[in-house]
Write a protein that binds this ligand. Structure first.
Ligand SMILES: Nc1ncnc2c1ncn2[C@@H]1O[C@H](COP(=O)(O)OP(=O)(O)O)[C@@H](O)[C@H]1O
Ligand SMILES: Nc1ccn([C@H]2C[C@H](O)[C@@H](COP(=O)(O)OP(=O)(O)O)O2)c(=O)n1
Length: 220
């Protein structure tokens, strides 16, 4: 059972995917964390992020490993735990530029396909291009959406003290960059089920996705 969950920032992809995977005994992969990890390595190593050629040349260098237990997901770069550093505002503001470079996407996409193939009990993979590009044959594809106001309120709730308006502007800017890049942009697959989470609680979204997975399992 392979489940692809895509959508813009703050729609509930990570929280929903982790809970669904834990409830159904599936593995879990946060692909955004992988793009954040490669971005963190580039910042840490002084790569010029205004130069796509420099990003492409460095794309194969960091060793990225994702732990796929939904109750304790991990992410390391060359053996170091980077789960904290990949969430800084600096990485968040630079991740779209790095993840737009085709050589970065090819490398990370290969890694994602290998992780999905190796997941014996199945996996929930969340990101931006999972249903369209990474796993186009996924058993179930979900596309989560929510109003920009709801997404910004959720995000600024996490970043203690963050200004909701500034958070909303940064989020809209990142979504625009992720949606307009040439290589596998953020997009809904034609066969994805769209769930607008604006008026739903997280628990309702989880229940909705669990039901959809169980229906697919029954069909198999
Ligand atoms: N339906 C929802 N209602 C309210 N808060 C939510 C909902 N879904 C997620 N959240 C909260 O919003 C924040 C962002 O969710 P997250 O799962 O990280 O989104 P994404 O992975 O799409 O960026 C988290 O703090 C999460 O608990
Ligand atoms: N499959 C993916 C996943 C993420 N990305 C890029 C684009 C996103 O802005 C960044 C960060 O993704 P992440 O899911 O961590 O972002 P948020 O949790 O929504 O803040 O990575 C991507 O290009 N393709």
């Amino acid at each position: 059972m392979i489940v692809a969950i895509d959508g813009p920032s703050g729609t509930g992809k990570s929280s929903t995917s982790k809970a669904v995977a834990a409830q159904l005994g599936l593995s879990y992969l946060d692909t955004g964390a992988q793009y954040r990890a490669i971005t963190w390595w580039m910042v840490h190593n002084g790569i010029d992020l205004t130069d796509p050629g420099a990003i492409a040349d460095a794309a194969g260098k960091p060793g990225i490993v994702s732990g796929t237990d939904p109750l304790a997901p991990t992410i390391t770069v060359d053996g170091a735990d980077v789960s904290g550093p990949i969430r800084t505002t600096e990485v968040t503001s630079k991740v779209s530029a790095v993840s737009a470079v085709p050589e970065v996407r090819t490398r990370i996409t290969e890694l994602q396909r290998w992780i999905a193939e190796s997941a014996e009990k199945g996996i929930v993979v969340e990101g931006r291009d999972i249903g369209t590009t990474v796993l186009p044959d996924a058993d179930l594809k979900i596309f989560l959406t929510a109003s920009p106001e709801a997404r910004a309120a959720r995000r600024s709730g996490e970043l203690k003290g963050a200004d909701v308006k500034a958070t909303q502007e940064a989020l809209i800017k990142r979504d625009a960059a992720d949606s307009s890049r040439k290589t596998s942009p953020l997009a809904k697959a034609d066969d994805a089920v769209e769930v607008d989470t604006t008026e739903l609680t997280l628990q309702q979204v989880i229940e909705c996705v669990v039901t959809l997975v169980e229906e697919k399992r029954a069909e198999k």
